[in-house]
Design a binder for this molecule. Sequence first.
Ligand code: NDP
Length: 340
Amino acid sequence: NKQIILKEYVKGSPKESDMILKTSSIKLKVPEDNSNDAVLVKNLYLSCDPYMRNRMSKSEGSYVDSFTPGSAITGYGVGRVVDSSNPNFKNGDLIWGITGWEEYTLLKSTQGLFKIHYTDDVPLSYYTGLLGMAGTTAYSGFYEVCSPKKGETVFISAASGAVGQLVGQFAKLLGCYVVGSAGSKEKVDLLKNKFGFDDAFNYKEEPDLDAALKRYFPDGIDIYFENVGGKMLDAVLLNMRVHGRIAVCGMISQYNLEEPEGVRNLFCLISKRVRMQGFLVPDYYHLYPKFLEMVLPLIKQGKITYVEDIAEGLESAPAALVGLFSGRNVGKQVVVVARE
Ligand code: NDP
């Protein structure tokens, strides 16, 4: 059983060499002494997610547990059940949920696993992103936290990523004016030409983010979908409209820093009566069936599109994960362990 192991807790920016590939043996059966709720899963697709950086550090009041150095990394993935002691999960069933970064994983509980009712008109890998955790994040963050209305102005950072590309498309479908920021010309082109954003800019080429936002939003921003934090948040705060909303989804620019950067412009929340609200997707998984009901027809009608960045083979997983922090991924970062 090939596995990706975390060597030691990580400080600063994660590196490929923080993880190693190891081979160990595994019995391809659920052990007799396991409860009646265990499944053995063959992992097919793994999801690389920014929150995994937090799990690479020693947990200090974090909302997620740290990884265990010396053990396989865990994260969201798509797999096929190859043995089960739970009658609700049969051999051959497809699932998504938290699994191991390895070829086969024994999951001692099926709690938190979602069964996939697969139809071959949607790629199975979408359940690592669009039809999985990232999609539910975009859906709950936009519709539940942002309280969006037709005609409002929406700004999204890290807009071409797993979550951002969807938030932008949801906002366009509702009839909002949507602008995104991203870190390369290729990503800016995707936002404008593939995802249908009204406009987009490369934040790395803007010496003055406040001036850039004033160019794209001369009358201000009603909704900010926050993925990056830091200097971008400070610039956005200066440009929010009265009664605007900020959904704080993530702050990836802060995850590798020993000391988070300060935010200077929070006073704008008062004068503009802005609501700024953080959220975590696990609180919204009860909405997953409703989300699927909405999004599957939209995908089939071609009204929602999705870009994935596919890395082949478990051995490519460390580089793929680390790449999130330099913006190497274009779209949702997926690792293929096996195709069937
Ligand atoms: P992405 O697919 O967007 O990948 C991460 C992207 O972040 C990179 O491609 C890069 O894009 C950008 N980035 C990296 N470093 C920086 C930096 N220093 N400053 C600005 N941008 C940077 O990831 P996701 O869509 O999966 O996640 C987006 C955000 O949502 C993250 O902050 C994540 O933690 C958060 N999240 C929160 C959840 C929740 O429940 N609250 C659930 C899921 C995600 P670029 O080239 O544009 O810089």
